[in-house]
Ligand binder design. Sequence first.
Ligand SMILES: [Fe+2]
Length: 381
Amino acid sequence: MPPASTDSRTALATELDAARHATHALLAPFDDEELQTQWSPLQSPLVWDLAHIGYFEDVWIGQRLGRLDPLLAEGDDLYDAFAHERAGRGELPLLDPAAARDYLERVRDRTLRTLEDAPLDGEDPLLRRGFVFGLVIQHERQHQETLLQTIQLSGVPHPGGAPQPVLSEGESKVDAGTYSVGTDDAPWAYDNERPAHTVELAAFAIDARPVTTVEFGAFVESGGYVDERLWSDEGRAWCAEENATAPLHWEDGTVTRFGRDEPLDPDEPVQHISFHEAEAYARWAGKRLPTELEWEVAARGGSLDGIGEVWEWTSSPFTGYPNFYAFPYPEYSEVFFGDEYRVLRGGSWASHPLVARPTFRNWDYPMRRQIFAGVRCARDL
Ligand SMILES: [Fe+2]
């Protein structure tokens, strides 16, 4: 299933760009000679696939859609997949890697100009809902898999990959698409939750539950607070200033809770952590914080357990939604907009359910630890 949003011009341009970025990244470890080598009779030289990706794009977009002349006169002979067997493509007078990259760039310029004017909502089945752009994007994505087959056969060291489960245990997946966020009709919603609007999200995975004390304890014990790579510049400065070595109120396996010393419950969500600690933890776990809109989409889609146990830090600064207007007074939200604060979502055990609606936005300084805030991680898919 294509993402619901692929028929918008912006989404198509984003997908085109993402595909191209991935192609160049796949080939980045190779020098020119390696790119031009016929590693196996089973596969084309890598540089053939590279130029062929541009050729296919030019045939369908520049020539077919834009009615323009081919950008490469010898394209049909060199890069039409039916013109020559794979095993013999290394012998052809192919474009060298620099020329191939230049060709791809010139083709892409024409593609983007054609996309600007293409009537995507008309009757032409080639254009409807961006079909022909989808054809080109998918073609490039499929060739990336072909490139990986060649790369594997070449034996040249490469980051490569291996079979991986799409989701780890305890994660939920949210598909790429267009989603509604915010509200127009929750009767008591604050101005900062309004208006309802749509957002386009890339696919992501989000933890089904907030991070527990035993999980956070593993971060503490592995030296998470002293590993500088895990912290942002502001986070490092905060950590040094606070002398932080564990969440607030933690001490040797116990927690001081309202004047009582209690053993840490391994399964309860960690709380009293600052944004900086949340961010460092997520990095340590190989993940990241969700944006507040990712959080809201996942919450509204029923993907999150444990909402309302602890406030959850997000990576988002506190700002007004598009067409925000202050109501009934600017001092509730508007005066706090900017990048000084980070948004927290969900509500804590101490929040009344009345305010713990999925659109509710809390915000606080990134260094604050006294709030009942924890962390839930996300990652790109
Ligand atoms: Fe192809």
